[in-house]
Design a protein around this ligand. Structure first.
Ligand SMILES: Cc1ncc(COP(=O)(O)O)c(C=O)c1O
Length: 379
């Protein structure tokens, strides 16, 4: 009855079932900033109520004022962007869907990093496309280990900068190697930079890959992470490199069938990006403080180590692989009322790896980490 774009089994997994029956008290998996006790300015959403939003102003690439606001925001990060090189979508997920439609015929492939964001496989399958993994090497601080040549049918490579969940930024050599490899093999490069605003080391000023190298490049960002406003549904794609004009024309054709970004949020974008600065700063301060707490809490544990993240909202821990990650996550849930992600959720090995969010409310995070440490100490 239904297509093979969907997984044959939609039943929740063992951990999800258990969690539904026994909700955690200390949730170290939360990644929604609107539910983490972050203080948002009371007037932040006021521009959404402006009467100018009463007129429907659809533009398949996104309203020119909103695209200009994305360019201004990019310049804030020291990255010159032409507003005409910007495409707006309702989310980064929608941007992936449009890019996979643009670049791949059914059955063709996109290379996706492993370990990384678990949605890639589904986003690709939903477009009738294969997600073929390439490795981020744990022994090389999770930098990409590219194959000599792309697999048959590959049309694009996805990179996440910084990566979720490892927090790794592509270093200068890896960035140049990726763009060069894609250009040499005729692949497009899709760089997900949704977490680029969150460098965890105050001395680090990460740089975008937009406009670097000779590959056709799509750099993704959005309100979800940059302003902590996932519910507003607006993301952007910055296109650079060869065939940029044709790619934008084709993307506009595809986006014209949906016109999914609302007019009020587009008209408000410039003000939102400026006014949400304290939100971004509060999230960054929270993640930095929680990373320091986690580092200190894990330090006395023999055999347990933190994979130091460069940026983002999560951290990966390594523990002796004597216990399966899912069994450990279940024990934490049932006996300690703590939720963590087992590594397999992000395609890390089944034993020896756990992932925690740095975003939870401080008291919840501190107690959750204390309980996690006590359990790890008993392994
Ligand atoms: C790497 C990465 N890209 C994209 C997203 C989602 O962004 P959006 O809400 O714009 O679809 C997430 C959400 O966690 C993410 O981790």
């Amino acid at each position: 009855m239904f297509s093979r774009r969907l997984p044959p089994d939609l039943a929740p997994n063992r951990l999800a079932l258990r969690r539904a029956a026994l909700p955690p008290r200390y949730d170290l998996t939360g990644s929604d900033p609107t539910r983490a006790g972050i203080v948002y300015p009371a007037e932040l959403l006021r521009p959404l109520g402006e009467p100018r939003g009463l007129v429907h102003e659809p533009d398949p690439r996104g309203h020119p004022a909103a695209r200009a606001a994305v360019a201004v925001e990019a310049r804030r990060r020291g990255q010159p962007v032409d507003p005409d090189a910007v495409l707006l979508t309702a989310s980064t997920s929608e941007a992936y869907a449009l890019l996979f439609k643009l670049l791949c015929d059914p059955g063709e492939a996109v290379l996706v990093p492993v370990p990384s964001y678990p949605l890639f496989e589904h986003l690709a399958a939903l477009e009738g496309v294969r997600a073929v993994p390439y490795r981020l090497d744990p022994d090389q601080r999770f930098q990409p280990a590219l194959p000599d040549a792309p697999p048959p049918g590959a049309r694009a490579l996805v990179a996440v900068h910084p990566n979720n969940p490892t927090g790794t930024l592509l270093d200068a050599a890896s960035g140049a190697a990726l763009t060069g490899w894609c250009a040499r093999h005729g692949l497009a490069l899709i760089v997900d930079e949704v977490f680029l605003d969150y460098p965890l080391d105050p001395a680090c000023a990460p740089r975008s890959l937009a406009g670097t190298g000779d590959a056709l490049t799509f750099v993704l960002g959005g309100l979800s992470k940059s302003c902590g406003l996932p519910q507003l549904k607006l993301a952007w794609t910055i296109v650079s490199g060869p065939e940029r004009a044709r790619a934008l024309e084709a993307l506009a054709f595809a986006a014209d069938s949906y016109l999914s970004v609302g007019t009020p949020v587009q008209l408000a974008l410039g003000e939102l990006l400026a006014a949400a600065r304290p939100v971004r700063e509060a999230i960054l301060a929270r993640c930095r403080a929680h990373l320091a707490l986690l580092r200190a809490a894990l330090a006395p544990l023999p055999g347990v180590s933190l994979v130091e993240p460069d940026g983002g909202w999560s951290a990966v821990l390594r523990y002796p692989a004597v216990a399966d990650g899912e069994d450990l996550a279940l024990a934490l849930l049932e006996q300690d009322r703590v939720a963590v992600h087992p590594g397999w959720f992000f395609d890390l090995p089944a034993a020896g790896w756990l992932v925690v969010s740095l975003l939870p409310e401080p008291a919840e995070f501190a107690e959750g980490v204390a309980r996690l440490v006590r359990r790890l100490a008993r392994l």
